[in-house]
Design a protein around this ligand. Structure first.
Ligand code: ASP
Length: 311
């Protein structure tokens, strides 16, 4: 049995500048992160798998209106919510991903069902919805996903060609994607990411989050990674897999590899955002090249941190 186990979560990166958020709002975000973190950690503590822990944590974040995933998903150009999610098991390299779905309360669970109950990895749109219905998923009404703040964000840009990230004021948008990575007592690792994508997105736009290797990746040889940021750049940079490659081929530590990718390679191609990563020894890295990233981690060595800004 592994001595050290750990979990890390994120709730998106972006222009999160100290002082711009009210202390009450800040507390709300921290409380939501804390709850998701503790729920996921409890699974590990009770001998649960990394897979179970990350799904538990992400479900919790999806159920919060604060983050751009599940309930808090941003508005598309059509005024709907289209969600993407992916999950990957580092032990087996099994993966499940889903894109362009609407009305599903917990897209991460659907991604896991795709991984476990089909021969496929990635289902999208109408077909994915049919699959969900065949498993008995019920649909939430649009009211469930309605949030006044996100509605206003969309109203501000809906008549333009712009699309924007959650939590990003420079781009008048935000990255609020959520994700989790964990290492369990057996040294198995897993990663999960879930998102509503970008405000005002259209034409069936898909970001990096559900793409295995870009926004989400896990491999027991190296690390488990969940990304948040300007998806188009994270796709082109094959970011999550790049972290794994630097560890596998160059022998870097998870901290070195994650930092190199976010603070050098992603920046070089013009991308902004961050990621969380864990290796099979439970070591965690959480680099970001934006002003802030909602993030938290807890390890069996009693280390815990919940942060928003660059400190
Ligand atoms: N990476 C996500 C996307 O492009 C956005 C985010 O991280 O908030 O869909």
């Amino acid at each position: 049995m592994n001595k050290k186990y750990s979990i890390a979560i994120h709730g998106g990166a972006g222009t999160l500048v100290k002082g711009l958020m009210t202390p009450e709002k800040e507390e709300q975000y921290k409380a939501a992160l804390n709850e998701a973190l503790e729920k996921g950690y409890a699974v590990l503590e009770n001998n649960g798998s990394a897979m179970e822990a990350i799904e538990t944590a992400v479900i919790h974040l999806e159920d919060s209106p604060l983050f751009n995933a599940g309930k808090g998903s941003v508005f598309t150009n059509d005024g709907t919510h289209e969600m993407d999610a992916a999950i990957m098991d580092g032990k087996t390299l099994d993966a499940g991903a889903v894109s362009l779905i609407t009305g599903i309360k917990n897209p991460i669970s659907l991604a896991r069902d795709i991984m476990e109950k089909t021969e496929h990895v990635f289902l999208a749109g109408e077909g994915a919805m049919r699959f969900a219905k065949s498993l008995g998923y019920t649909l939430e009404t649009p009211e469930y996903f309605y949030d006044e703040h996100r509605y206003q964000q969309w109203q501000n840009i809906k008549d333009s060609d712009k699309f924007q990230l959650d939590h990003s004021m420079k781009r008048e948008g935000k990255f609020g994607t959520v994700g989790a990575v964990a290492c369990d007592k057996n040294g198995n690792i897993a990663a999960a990411t879930s998102t509503g994508g970008m405000t005002n997105k259209r034409w069936g736009r898909v970001g990096d989050s559900p793409m295995i290797g870009s926004g989400t990746y896990a491999n027991n040889k190296t690390c488990a990674v969940s990304c948040t940021g300007s998806g188009e750049y994270f796709i082109r940079g094959v970011v999550a897999y790049d972290v794994s490659c630097l560890m596998e081929y160059k022998g870097m530590t998870v901290e070195e590899a994650a930092t190199e990718v976010i603070n050098k390679r992603v920046l070089e191609i013009g991308g902004d955002g961050g990621l969380i990563a864990v290796d099979t020894e439970g070591n965690i890295a959480m680099p970001f090249n934006t002003e802030g990233m909602y993030r938290a981690f807890k390890t069996s060595e009693e280390k815990k941190e919940i942060s928003i800004y660059k400190d």
